[in-house]
Design a protein around this ligand. Structure first.
Ligand SMILES: [Fe+2]
Length: 233
């Protein structure tokens, strides 16, 4: 499996605290059947806004440490951008860190985001020739209401939709599980990620989610979701 959303890099944000914890998270990921992780540290005022050089350095340090520890997992470059209009300048100047150097950029919003704001963000990003991946869309009530009307619109505009593995299996409540189920049943999910922040209660777990998906949906759909195929289409 490919985990497209993780705070695996040490000491960059509110994710992994240090190298030791990052290695522990990688060990858990391997046990879960994850073979590739996209490292997506926050780029958000207050949580950290590391530039490309810094993210690349931490990524290379982690790859070296993982190899030395005998952990066989691929770790790719990424970032999770908290959307605000002033990051568009970074996009314009090509300083944006995309998901494994594709045209896709992981974007998160404030939980209170409304539909107009989200649509505007998608439009602005697409205009600069990047494609937004909306991180954990289930966290935004205004996008999920009325049968996820806004999610449908954002996808039609060209955005991809990511949900967290934990939300699929009910870790954040029955209501969210039900709304994610609606998205899955209607083909409105493109990517799944763990959004792991630690080696303890927000660890990089996808195995149970995969088991649940394989029980309910056909093999092609599951493989598409669990292998991040949408990023390479
Ligand atoms: Fe995240």
């Amino acid at each position: 499996m490919v985990d497209v959303h993780s705070h695996i890099l040490p000491a960059l944000d509110d994710g992994s605290k240090n190298m030791e914890e990052s290695l522990e998270m990688l060990r858990i990921a391997c046990d879960e059947g994850i073979r590739t992780m996209i490292a997506t540290p926050h780029n958000m005022p207050g949580k950290g806004c590391p530039d490309r050089e810094k993210v690349e350095k931490r990524l290379s340090d982690l790859r070296t440490a993982a190899a030395a520890a005998g952990i066989d997992i691929e770790i790719l470059l990424g970032t999770e951008y908290y959307y605000r209009s002033d990051i568009l300048e970074e996009f314009e100047e090509g300083r944006v860190i995309t998901m494994n150097d594709t045209r896709y950029v992981l974007i998160e919003f404030d939980p209170g985001v409304n539909r107009t704001y989200a649509k505007n963000a998608v439009r602005e990003i697409m205009a600069l020739d990047y494609r937004p991946v909306i991180a954990h869309v289930e966290r935004y009530p205004a996008l999920m209401e009325r049968k996820a009307e806004a999610v449908k619109e954002l996808r039609t505009m060209g955005a991809l939709i990511q949900v967290n593995a934990g939300s699929v299996i009910g870790n954040i409540g029955f209501k969210v599980k039900q709304s994610v189920k609606y998205l899955l049943q209607n083909g409105l999910v493109d990517l799944i990620g763990s959004d792991a922040h630690s080696s303890r209660h927000r660890a990089p777990r996808m195995k149970e989610c995969a088991k649940y998906l394989r029980k309910k949906y056909n093999e092609d759909y599951c493989e598409h979701l669990l292998n991040a195929a949408a990023l390479y289409e």
